[in-house]
Design a binder for this molecule. Structure first.
Ligand code: PMP
Ligand code: GLN
Length: 381
């Protein structure tokens, strides 16, 4: 294999989803909903297929999706984005992340990110020949430690890779934290690449603050999102990146040779989704918040200490009370012991001690599935 990938092996999501199937366990590992998104979007995809939109779409994306992404940024955040030059449609956020890093990084450049980090970040940085510098977010509040963030920057810093709302912690970065990151990015003349795939999945009135909305930051920020989480269509793999025209052109140049284009008939369907009313968006957070409450209560009842997430699909719990000493080992045994699958947070960390017994559980599942998972975990204590 590629030497840069040697430390990574098979992704934890593939490993744990295979264990779920093998043991017929409840899969609270990989983050995907067990119900589909709004009917009107599913219908729009069927119509696109029936209507013959089955050949290569244009390289940057279909015009109505480019326009819908720009309109979405204006409607929710007041951002001016030119659909013709400042938006690129990608094969999920995953390709946007990879192509953006490849386009903006030179080998040896440093990328500052937060850990625990989403697994594709480390692999994408490594494939680009970059060097990862992390700032550790610590259980249970996962606050940004300013001293440690500043220490992660250097003269070689090319980019900050931010993710808010944050997978796997469920943290929504505060305005003060975003402002501090912006200040450092300006000081070190770095790009900010911000992964906002959970932008609409926030709870308790938590405000999602896009980096690009801060004064002077739009010109150095690449904003990434995807339809998978917002519309419960993770298999469609429609994502996008928006930002300054010259950077988007550089990313498009990379993308040409990674996938060229993708997801033809799903692109117009996602454009339909982005145009849905505010009530649909408000409902996303409300529905998921109730599921969060259900899982948090169940985990607590099973005796686990929990960090209550304010966004995303995920909650992190400390499995020490269930006898865990090593999260990976614990999660490998859990499907057989209890019929439940979780993700060990250690796989997202360089500093193993910061996550030793922490497990991530997904709550984007039907209520009865969550209840049964909690019952099973409760019987372990
Ligand atoms: N970023 C984060 C933080 C994620 O959790 C995920 C996975 N859902 C992705 C990116 C990948 O998104 P996509 O499925 O659109 O490629
Ligand atoms: N983003 C999802 C998660 O964090 C899964 C993505 C994947 O399987 N690569 O669970």
């Amino acid at each position: 294999g590629h030497p840069a990938l040697a430390p990574f092996g098979t992704t934890i999501f593939a490993t744990m989803s295979a264990l779920a199937v093998q043991h017929d366990a409840i899969n609270l590992g990989q983050g995907f909903p067990d119900t589909d998104g709004p009917e009107v979007i599913l219908e729009a995809a069927k119509q696109a297929i029936a209507g013959g939109r089955n050949q290569y779409p244009p390289g940057p994306g279909v015009p109505e999706l480019l326009a819908a992404v720009a309109a979405h940024q204006q409607r929710f955040y007041g951002l001016d984005v030119d659909p013709g030059s400042q938006v690129l449609v990608t094969v999920g956020a995953t390709e946007a992340i990879f192509s953006t890093i490849l386009a903006l990084e030179q080998p040896g450049d440093e990328v500052v990110t937060f850990e625990p980090y989403y697994d594709s970040y480390a692999a994408s940085i490594a494939l680009a020949g970059g060097v990862r510098r992390t700032c550790v977010l610590r259980f249970p509040d996962f606050a940004v430690d300013e001293t440690s963030l500043r220490a992660a920057f250097s003269e070689r810093t090319r980019m900050v890779l931010l993710n808010t709302p944050h997978n796997p912690t469920g943290k929504v970065f505060t305005r003060a934290e975003i402002e501090f990151i912006a200040q450092l990015a300006r000081e070190y003349d770095a790009w900010v690449v911000t992964d906002e795939v959970y932008e609409h999945l926030t709870f308790d009135g938590a405000e999602h603050i896009p980096m690009a909305t801060l004064p002077g930051m739009a010109e150095r920020t690449l904003t990434i999102s995807s339809a998978g989480k917002t519309f419960s269509t993770t298999g469609w793999k429609v994502g996008w990146v928006s930002g300054p025209a010259d950077a988007v052109a550089a990313i498009r140049a990379v993308k040409q040779f990674v996938t060229y284009v993708g997801s033809g008939p799903f692109q117009p369907a996602v454009a339909t989704g982005l145009g849905l009313g505010d009530d649909v968006y408000a409902d996303l957070g409300r529905t998921l918040q109730a599921k969060r409450d259900l899982l948090v209560a169940g985990l607590r009842e099973a005796g686990l200490a929990v960090s209550v997430p304010r966004g995303t699909y995920f909650v992190i719990a400390d499995a020490a009370s269930l006898g865990a000493r090593d999260a990976l080992e614990f999660c490998r045994e859990l499907p057989e012991r209890a019929g439940v699958v979780g993700i060990p947070v250690t796989v997202f960390c360089d500093d193993q001690d910061a996550a030793r017994t922490l497990v991530r559980f997904a709550f984007c599942k039907r209520d009865e599935v969550l209840r049964e998972a909690c019952r099973r975990l409760g019987s372990l204590a």
